[in-house]
Write a protein of this length. Structure first.
Length: 88
């Protein structure tokens, strides 16, 4: 299964600082949507202090991840979503 990276690096795409409650609500939305995608694994989101970072997925394609994000958050990702392959 391909690995998919969602980037968060532009001003519009960066993640704002969120409370634990807000993060829990976002997680709940993603878990609900992911019930319809049993072949997709979401490994998590990593960001720095400025909200720049990545989300790491295992999914059939970048398009599937874009679809999931749009369903969970009401809008598609702002920054690139790419499929990557391990080379080293």
């Amino acid at each position: 299964m391909p690995l998919i990276i969602v980037f968060h690096f532009t001003e519009k795409g960066r993640l704002p600082k969120l409370s634990k409650e807000q993060l829990a609500e976002i997680r709940k939305k993603f878990l609900e949507v992911l019930k319809d995608y049993p072949d997709v694994t979401f490994y998590g989101t990593w960001v720095n202090e400025e909200g720049m970072g990545i989300c790491w997925w295992e999914a059939p394609s970048a398009e599937v991840v874009k679809e999931i994000v749009k369903k969970a958050l009401g809008q598609p990702p702002v920054d690139p979503v790419i499929e990557v392959k391990k080379v080293l």
